[in-house]
Design a protein around this ligand. Structure first.
Ligand SMILES: *Cc1c(COP(=O)(O)O)cnc(C)c1O
Length: 364
């Protein structure tokens, strides 16, 4: 047997006819930039997440960056982010000219430790970017409370949390704005790059419409120095085909996670799902002191794993100018040397899941 880490082919085979149909239709219309399929998918995605607006952009990184710019965050400002995240969260903050200020993660959810945000706030702090890492929403009430106390803008990084819920509402509907990525392996992925910003703020939405499209409201009249970051029309058409399947895929991931957890809990530290949230298991992450051995054993059995992420953000070379050092965020750093992501995608078969579980449980 062979268990890939993700299997995009398995996801797309049953959708091939529908995807080919929508691509043919879009090619027939020829409206490749900001075409009808973009507006259609934006409307569908806003309805799905439960926000007034959804604005398609080029990537998830760009979604975070433009969301910050829409709220005028820039040079001289500090933005709080978790140390345990994919680098895009941090690079988006740097891209607007602001300074990332890290906070340690919560040991059980892997998300930002909301109780540590207060201590990181200075007179320059303007925003916080909580990341719903691995598909589990962070404690959004706690983040909102500290943000309110200090008048901070909240931009959710929901790039791993399409469809996840916090107290019954979708991740991406809580902050001043939220950023999604449609990178192919995300829970909702395009056939290339893509991103989306959701918001209930009419003014921010209007500004984002300009920012993503050269700052123009009317073609060749540029109201602000915007950029070129638009959701591709062909990708939007494909995403409209895939969105109706998202809840089913997420439910399958949750069911797979339940099987993994019941088989593995005695052998490794399995994910802890907080009360009041619906985790969508973008990643299924376990912890063990013997990670290298476990990784090797799985690899020998043709089981592919990943580490998300091997180097915490504050210790990345790209962040050296920020002046952080090893020991600054002990919870994140301890996890980084112990975490291992097991294969997780909706199309995993029972046979594959038990094959992986057998391999994890096997004696060395
Ligand atoms: C994937 C991801 C991003 C960036 O998305 P891209 O579309 O690859 O730019 C941002 N944040 C997190 C947490 C991600 O996982």
């Amino acid at each position: 047997m062979h268990v890939p880490f993700v299997d995009l082919r398995a996801q797309h085979v049953p959708l091939t006819a529908a995807i080919e149909g929508t691509l043919r239709e879009t090619i027939g219309r020829g409206d490749f930039i900001m075409g009808a399929a973009v507006e259609r998918f934006e409307t569908e995605f806003a309805a799905y997440i439960g926000t007034r607006h959804a604005l398609g952009v080029g990537t998830g990184l760009s979604a975070i960056e433009l969301a910050l710019r829409a709220f005028d965050i820039g040079p001289g400002d500090e933005v709080i982010a978790p140390a345990n995240t994919f680098i895009a969260t941090v690079l988006a903050i740097m891209a607007v000219g602001a300074r990332p200020v890290f906070v340690d993660m919560d040991a059980s959810s892997y998300g930002i430790d909301a109780s540590a945000i207060d201590a990181a706030v200075t007179s320059r702090t303007r925003a916080v970017v909580p990341v719903h890492l691995y598909g589990q929403p962070v404690d959004l009430d706690a983040v909102a409370a500290v943000a309110r106390r200090h008048s901070l803008v909240v931009v959710e990084d929901a790039a791993q949390a399409h469809g996840a819920r916090y107290k019954g509402k979708r991740a991406g509907s809580f902050g001043h704005a939220a950023a999604f990525s449609f990178y192919p392996s995300k829970n909702l992925g395009a056939l290339g790059d893509g991103g989306m910003i959701t918001t209930n703020d009419d003014r921010a939405a209007e500004k984002l419409r300009l920012l993503r499209n050269y700052g123009q409201r009317v073609k060749y009249y540029h109201a602000m120095p915007g950029t070129n970051s638009r959701l591709d029309t062909l990708q939007a058409a494909v995403l409209s085909v895939k969105l109706p399947h998202l809840d089913g895929w997420n439910a399958a991931r949750r069911a797979h996670a339940d099987v993994y957890s019941s088989r593995l809990a005695a052998h490794v530290l399995t994910p802890v799902v907080a009360a009041n949230v619906e985790h969508i298991f973008h990643l299924y992450v376990v912890q063990t002191d013997e990670r290298a051995a476990l990784e090797r054993r799985l690899s020998e059995r043709q089981i592919h794993t990943g580490i998300h992420y091997p180097v915490p953000a504050h210790l990345q070379e790209a962040c050296a100018p920020l002046g952080y050092k090893a020991g600054d965020f002990p919870v994140t750093e301890a996890a980084a040397s112990r975490i291992l992501s097991l294969p997780m995608y909706a199309e995993l078969t029972d046979e594959q899941i038990h094959y992986v579980a057998d391999a994890v449980c096997a004696r060395m």
